[in-house]
Structures are given as structure tokens and as C-alpha cells.
Design a protein around this ligand. Sequence first.
Ligand SMILES: Nc1ncnc2c1ncn2[C@@H]1O[C@H](COP(=O)(O)OP(=O)(O)OP(=O)(O)O)[C@@H](O)[C@H]1O
Ligand SMILES: [Mg+2]
Length: 403
Amino acid sequence: MADRFVDPFFPNRPVDDPQRFSGRKDQVEAIIDAIYQIKNNNPIHTIITGDRGIGKSSLLLQTKLVAEGDNVLPEKFGIDIGVPRYDFLVGWHDVDAGQGPAHISTGLMHNFQSLFGRLLKNVKLEISLGTFIKIAKKESVEQTVSELVTIFCEDAAKLSRVAYDNKKDGVLFFIDELDRADAESGIATFFKLVAERLPRMKVNNVAFICAGITGAIQKLEVEHASIARTFKDVPIPRLTEGETEEIIKDGFDKVGRTYNNRIPVLTYRLSSGFPEPVHLLGSEMLKVDTDGYVDETDFTEAKERIVTIVRRNKLSMLLKQSGSGKYQHIVLAMAEYDGTNVPLSFISSQIGQTQNQYSTNMSALVERGIIFRLDIGIYAFVDPLLKEYIQKFGIISAKSEED
Ligand SMILES: Nc1ncnc2c1ncn2[C@@H]1O[C@H](COP(=O)(O)OP(=O)(O)OP(=O)(O)O)[C@@H](O)[C@H]1O
Ligand SMILES: [Mg+2]
């Protein structure tokens, strides 16, 4: 058995070390520009969007580091940040399922209170549990939101003043997992009204920086189609092959392993541009490697372990959530395709139906988060490992459903 070592891969948490943050240079550049604008009293609200697991929280966290004066990431990318370093007052809230603007405001203000207690000792923030309960009792969403906006903006103005008095750059509200917010809660209206109100109050060094899953964020917009107008969208793309290799190489370097030059491309194909499976594969390859040189056998064994042990429950649940009958035949057809991006023509020939006979099933699979549409007539699995799982274990047949 190999010596014990600290796993250099972290499939279960966002990247905190800027040195381990791979790719996304344009997105980092875009957000730093937003921060620069805010510091210079031109508030720009930003939302980082992308698929599940693409790296939204990681980018949000890296942005927070830069806003608090850590320049490692911009230096690594050679990005000019426009000042020697930033020094913002920052608060953070992770949205929980079903929360709305009242929870989010309370969460943010509590966070400021606990982080900056000393700076805020002579400041009374208006948002408290009391206001929250009072507001929660209000009849209509409209009334709730408009009252909340008033209180929130008063608090934001106070924080802005504290920032100014203490020679800080301004105030940033970080909100992660915005996609989990309740679409009916008035959330989109809340952001729109706050974004309009603050400049009227001459509070211009305060802004939101949020993150959320693309599709769900689009749903929040139904309300007034306002999220898109309030926020500057920073979409996160898939990783390139080179960026995928960087994650693998950095990790292996850290523990002194070398690798066969096929490993990065195999990892890239299996992870289809998502960073999470890259970390997972990296971690498992290190576990199975015994001679300090990671080769294709280690890769295959790692993949097997993931599909049959590490992620088996999650993947089996995904397959169930696909639906029964025709749905299973469609995902099987997709798993049988030799490549990640499956054309409808291939599915048609496999299941023996014309495209319009199963187009509603395709929409439902997209809706259920199983597949996504890459282009007209081209689909791929959201979780690239589901394909491997189906190849290994097959689909849920009508027979085994009865069992
Ligand atoms: N730029 C990156 N370089 C290296 N690893 C990354 C990068 N971005 C994300 N990761 C890794 O990918 C995984 C998923 O990242 P993260 O949690 O940031 O994604 P997310 O989009 O917020 O996911 P979710 O949709 O579940 O909230 C984590 O293991 C993280 O460490
Ligand atoms: Mg996240």
C-alpha cells in the first residue's frame, strides 16, 4: 500500500486556493471590472450563471478573495485590477430552498453584524429578526417586498457610510445558490427595486454579486423579467482540454506523481468540461495507483470505482428520475452513442421512432435535469458519468421495475 498522503483533489468543495483555480480568465476579468466600477461609484450588479457543478461557487469565492485584498488570482492571470488592492466590506448568504428576499436580507445583515461588529458598534441595522417576522406576516408579496426594500436600503446606506468612514472601497453582498430561491417570493422585484432605489439615495458603492444555475435563474425572471435587466450576466463555460489538464497536473504534481500523457484527454472526455468529475477522477486515480506513475489502467479502475461505488447511489437515482418506459429507452440510446454530444437522428434510429414522437420526452428529460440541449437536435447528459453508469448497469427495464 502506498504512503498516506493528503488528497490534492477536492470534488466536494469550491476552490479556495487561487493557485488551484483553473481557467475562466475572461469571467474573472469581467467580475474584477464590476468591482472596479463599484469602487468608483458606478454600481454594477453581477450574476454568475452556469450548469450545476460548473464552478459558480468557486468563482464567487475567488471574487470575494480579490474584493478583500488577495491578489494571487489576478496576478496569476496577469489581470490589471486597477488599484493596488481592494478592501471592501463583504457579506455572504447561501440561499436555502424556498427562501425569499426576507431571508436573504436577514442573512446578509446578520453576516455583516457578526463579521464587522467592531466597525458597526455605533450603527443600528434595521433588519432584525423582529422586522423579519413582522414582514413575514404581511398579506401580499408586493407589500412585503416594498417594505423590505425600504429597510434593506436604509441598512445598505448605513453600511456604505461605515465603509466610507473607514476608508473602505464599498459594500458587496455575495449571494450563492440564488437558483434555490422561491420564484413567487418577489425576489426578482426585490433586486430590481433595490438597484433603482440605492442610486436615488446617492448610495453608489454598494452592489450584489450572485451565483445560480442558469435554467433556474431564468425561471426567477418570469416575475418581471427583471433579473436579466438588473444584473450583468457572467456565464461560466465548460473547461477546455487544457484547463482540465491543468487541474490534473497540479494535483498530481502536489503529491509527486507522474502520468501517462493519455490521462488528461481521457479525463477530459469523461468529464465533458465539468471540473467536479475531474477532481473525482483525479482523487480516485491516486487511490488506485500503486507505483507513482498514473497510467490508463489506473484511469479505467478509477472510473469503475466511481460508477460502481463512489457515485453509484447518485447515478442510480438520476436514472430513476429520468422516468420509466420510453424515457429509459432514450437515455439508453444516448449512452450507446460513441461520443458525448448525441444527435437526435441517432436516438431515432436506436429507438425506432421519429423525432416528433418523442420530442416531449426530450423536453421532460431537460426539465428533470438529466440531459441538456447543446444545439438544435444535439443533446448530452448533464452528469457525464451517467452515461458510464448506464453502459455498466443498463437501464431500468419494465421487468426490474416490477421487482
Ligand atoms: N476553476 C476551477 N478550477 C479547478 N477546480 C474547479 C474550478 N471551478 C470549480 N472547481 C471544482 O469543481 C467542483 C464544483 O465547483 P463549484 O462547487 O464551485 O460548482 P458550482 O457551480 O457552484 O456547483 P453547484 O451547482 O452544485 O452549486 C468543486 O470540486 C470545485 O473545487
Ligand atoms: Mg455552488
